[in-house]
Write a protein that binds this ligand. Structure first.
Ligand code: ADP
Length: 504
């Protein structure tokens, strides 16, 4: 009996302990679940913070790029005018340096913008039909000189079988090719660069292989190649311009095109980058001999000539920034198109009602009435139903074209406005009856051309005197020395040469 009692007591005791333990466990459990809750709330909060911070960063980058593009429009535009109008080779050389630095700056801005698009998942591939020959031509024009200036050999081999017209994002294809080729040139000091382009009809892929005999990449650095803002061997490469964004963007772009980028490299010997991108065939005719074509195209590279001359055409431009108006008017001077400038959306509406224009260009960001609002009024009131209206914008946002087309614009031009784009868009929309034919242009030119006097002298004062002497009857071309004179004479016809004050 006693035994049983003590057993019961024992059991009760154990029971109490167990209950206590159980209660404590439950307490721990609830604490754990609270902690869990707390942790997951914290995680969510952190995730939201990361998303918000990323969004803020992307917005900041996009806004900053927009803000920078606007003054760049003035810099690039005004510089283009100096290049066209200056007869003094020294000034032209400064202007060419400005052009080249502006292009670098613009490509950095574009890279930053691209990165922010990629990070916010907004990078889109916009396929268009494009002639392959013109892409390779432009790539050669944009890269060959740089390589040759560095004393490198440059070889661009384009397979004869590449289809004449492909469907894909032409702008991004150029960007990918330029990035890899420019890198090969940048990171090579001796030897050269070889580019081979081909098309695989089975996989529908355009294949670009770029080999260089440059500094090469260490095996342990291969992983870091595609990280953003990551540059290898910073001290060794500190004199080479770059941001470490190019390859990161390139890889994301080729992947968006169902392709890949690959690299093989031997440190100290050189590297080979291979990129493949899916591009559908539109016209399967093989492009043929690229080298032949390129030679012909290069012979035609000359001084600036407008793509169109249209003295009977009238266009209206609205922009609240005076300098932008000046740039566009200046860029169009040689096209002889009649340009009317206004500085607000309201005035654009007023003028559109008064006159008939071939094309209206409306800046987007105008205080009071934006370009889109002005267009809506012009369309609602049927002021200029047949006139194409083109949006001018510093936003390099994705799908911009689609957005503007939906709003009723015929097209859009992004700032900084490049004169080729401006002329091409006007050529597309101005009534062909208002555009001079090649023969008409040549006839006029022959009538207007002044005899050229080449002046070789490096004294600024003396040059001023000679300039005054030449007056309006002659076109003076001023060069510093005989070497520059030789260069000019190899490409132009000259009536007289004046050297150190005396005529030759
Ligand atoms: P960057 O603007 O610095 O050239 P990229 O993203 O294009 O940026 O390239 C990242 C890094 O990869 C470069 O800083 C360079 O160190 C290395 N790199 C790229 N291409 C080559 C090449 N052809 N040869 C050697 N190193 C290269």
């Amino acid at each position: 009996m006693e035994n049983r009692n003590s057993r019961t007591e024992q059991l009760e005791k154990e029971n109490r302990i167990l209950k206590r333990e159980y209660a404590r466990l439950q307490q721990d459990l609830s604490m754990l679940s609270n902690l869990n809750d707390y942790a997951s709330r914290l995680r969510k909060f952190n995730e939201e913070r990361v998303v918000a911070a990323n969004r803020a960063k992307s917005n900041f980058l996009a806004n900053m790029s927009h803000e920078i593009r606007t003054p760049m429009n003035a810099i690039i535009g005004m510089d283009e005018m100096i290049l066209r109008e200056s007869q003094d080779m020294r000034i032209s050389k400064y202007a060419m340096d400005i052009r080249s630095a502006s292009k670098t700056l613009l490509s950095i801005i574009n890279d930053i913008l691209d990165l922010s698009k990629i990070e916010s998942g907004k990078m889109e591939i916009i396929p268009v039909e494009y002639p392959t020959m013109s892409v390779f031509n432009d790539i050669a024009n944009m890269t060959r000189k740089k390589a040759e200036e560095k004393g490198l050999t440059y070889e661009l081999v384009v397979d004869k079988e590449i289809p004449a017209v492909l469907l894909g994002d032409e702008i991004r294809i150029r960007q990918i090719m330029l990035n890899i080729i420019n890198n090969a040139i940048k990171y090579t000091t001796e030897g050269g660069v070889r580019i081979h382009v081909s098309y695989d009809r089975v996989t529908s892929r355009l294949r670009v292989v770029v080999s260089d005999t440059g500094i090469g990449i260490r095996p342990e650095d291969m992983e870091k190649l595609y990280e953003s803002f990551q540059r290898l061997e910073e001290t060794r490469n500190r004199n080479i311009e770059g941001t470490g964004l190019g390859l990161n963007i390139t890889r994301q772009l080729v992947e968006l095109m169902d392709g890949f980028i690959d690299v093989e490299s031997e440190y100290g010997k050189g590297s080979t980058f291979t990129a493949e991108m899916v591009q559908k065939v539109v016209d399967d005719t093989p492009i043929g001999d690229f080298a032949d074509n390129l030679a012909r195209a290069q012979e035609q590279v000359e001084e600036y000539r407008p793509i169109l001359v249209a003295p009977d055409a009238r266009i209206l431009i609205a922009d609240d920034n005076d300098m932008n108006l000046e740039v566009i008017t200046g860029l169009l001077k040689d096209t002889r198109i009649n340009v009317t400038c206004v500085s607000s959306g309201r005035e654009a509406v007023e003028y559109a009602g008064k006159e008939r224009y071939d094309v209206i260009l409306l800046d987007q960001m105008m205080p009071g009435m934006s370009g889109t609002e002005a267009l809506a009024v012009i369309r609602d009131t049927h002021l200029a139903d047949d006139t194409p209206v083109i949006a001018l914008t510093a936003d390099a946002i994705v799908g911009a074209r689609e957005v503007y087309l939906r709003e009723g614009f015929a097209d859009y031009l992004s700032k900084p406005v490049m004169y080729e784009d401006l002329e091409n868009i006007l050529l597309k929309y101005i009534d062909p009856e208002h555009i001079y034919t090649r023969e008409q242009i040549e006839e006029e030119e022959a009538r207007r051309e002044k005899p050229v006097v080449l002046v070789i002298n490096d004294s600024a004062e003396r040059l001023r005197d000679v300039r005054e002497l030449l007056g309006d009857r002659f076109k003076g071309v001023f060069v510093k020395d005989e070497q520059q004179a030789g260069k000019y004479l190899s490409r132009h016809k000259v009536e007289f040469i004046i050297k150190d004050g005396g005529a030759l």
